[in-house]
Design a protein around this ligand. Structure first.
Ligand code: NAD
Length: 413
């Protein structure tokens, strides 16, 4: 089963539980527009290489499509469509005035020079420019794209339009209208959601144990902010391996170590013992934070999960058949479209600040983000109780309720 098909399983469960009008369901099940582009780039050796890219606008019912651009050798249309669908639902769960979109380019960034990467980025924007804009579709960073790439995109789009266009993209550097608090925002939201989940499970946050899979943007900030909230981080992993310490790991010191270690890996950090990524998922802990990538908790390993709570920092880390097993084992899963919505929430704040040309302090950003996340968590948890469904299905119910009303008033069904 492809990723998009898999992603429809909890959606269909929500449609059934809330008895959504089938006419509304039919609209939400398909993306509005998916674009495939081919981008010629003059390489440093004088040859021309043609790269394939995508942009999918899954929904613009609630507002402009919103979602990142991923650069990866495994990017494909099915993945981009799925990520765009998750963005539609994520924005609706968070109560943002956005639809969902996503983009991607098939490229191994490690094989490009800085000049080639810039040429590819500008070429991608040239191809999708007629379909994006601050009131139409607003890109952002995702895997292997960052503030520097957002800067090139903004510059290229502003040149095409012949005017300053900061609001067409988020995740920019502060110098170009980025928002304070954006870098840590996804991890901050993940930790806020976990603290609410710990309350549901009547576990005190202070001293609660947790495990973090992935130590990139989301994983490292989740680990740091969990540590700040008094949780004990006992294991952390990255693509190279995993480390464990019963006494707890200081994620700030680990970050410094990773920055200077030869492989830029968590492996070998002082005072920890090496374990495997498979061992990490089966550790007895109060919270497991999967913050790496899709499809990590599966039918094969879900029964071995001993955490009381899974709080999903990554998109799609749990497969639908794993969800069934976790439900039987009474693991509380805080789903991705709720738990990792902090990133797009602060992207929304960035967009608002760009439209107003008036900027907020970091404290204001954090306060507003935390309020929105706690509210969204409570709404989803209450829906899960009302409909007697998992929090994942409840999150889709929360999203569909908002989207269906907007579709009705637009006269779409
Ligand atoms: P990143 O590239 O910065 O970090 C990914 C981390 O996962 C790295 O430490 C990498 O070594 C590790 N990793 C990769 N494969 C692994 C494996 N098989 N086992 C263990 N670790 C592995 O990416 P990121 O921005 O932190 O994104 C991580 C996930 O969170 C993705 O699913 C992304 O779509 C999602 N997400 C990111 C944001 C954001 O604001 N960055 C927002 C919402 C969701």
């Amino acid at each position: 089963m492809g990723l998009f098909e898999q992603s429809q399983i909890p959606l269909n469960a929500a449609i059934k539980a809330m008895k959504l009008d089938p006419n509304a369901a039919a609209i939400i099940e398909q993306p509005e527009r998916t674009l495939e582009v081919h981008i010629p780039v003059r390489m440093d050796d004088g040859t021309t290489q043609v790269f394939t890219g995508y942009r999918c606008q899954h929904s613009t019912v609630m507002g402009p499509a919103k979602g990142g651009v991923r650069y990866h050798q495994n990017v494909n249309m099915d993945e981009v469509k799925t990520l765009a669908f998750w963005m539609t639902c994520k924005c609706a769960v968070a109560g943002l005035p956005y639809g969902g979109g996503k983009g991607g380019v098939i490229v191994d960034v490690t094989k490009l020079s800085e000049r080639e990467l810039e040429a590819l980025t500008r070429g991608y924007i040239d191809k999708i420019a007629p379909f994006i804009g601050e009131k139409l579709d607003i890109p952002a960073p995702d895997m292997n794209t960052n503030a520097k790439i957002m800067g090139w995109m903004m510059d290229e789009f502003s040149k095409i339009k012949g005017r300053f266009e900061p609001g067409f993209i988020t995740g920019k550097d502060l110098s170009m209208g980025g928002s304070l608090g954006r870098t840590a925002a996804t991890g901050r939201g993940v930790v806020t959601a976990a603290i609410e989940a710990l309350k549901v499970r009547k576990i005190k946050a202070k001293g609660a144990t947790c495990v973090v899979q992935g130590f990139g943007n989301v994983g490292s900030w989740t680990a740091k902010l969990a540590h700040d909230a008094g949780l004990k981080v006992i294991a952390i992993s990255d693509v190279f391996g995993a480390i464990y310490s019963e006494k707890g790991i200081n994620p700030y010191k680990l970050s410094e170590y990773v920055a200077t270690s030869p492989q830029h890996s968590v492996k070998g950090f002082k005072g920890t013992k090496e374990i495997t990524n498979a061992d990490l998922l089966a550790i007895q802990a109060d919270v497991l934070f999967p913050c790496a990538m899709e499809g990590q908790i599966t039918k094969a390993n879900a029964a071995g999960v001993k955490a009381s709570i899974i709080c999903e920092g990554a998109n799609g880390p749990t497969t639908p058949d794993a969800d069934e097993i976790l439900k039987e084992h009474d693991v509380l899963v805080v789903p991705d479209i709720l738990a990792n919505g902090g990133g797009v929430t602060v992207s929304y704040f960035e967009w608002v600040q760009n439209l107003y040309r008036y900027f907020w302090t970091e404290e204001e950003v954090i306060e507003k983000q935390t309020d929105m996340m706690v509210k969204a968590f409570k709404e989803v948890y209450e829906l899960s109780q009302e409909y007697k469904v998992t929090m994942r299905v409840a999150a889709y119910i929360s999203a569909l309720k908002r989207i269906a009303v907007a579709m009705k008033f637009r006269g779409m069904y």
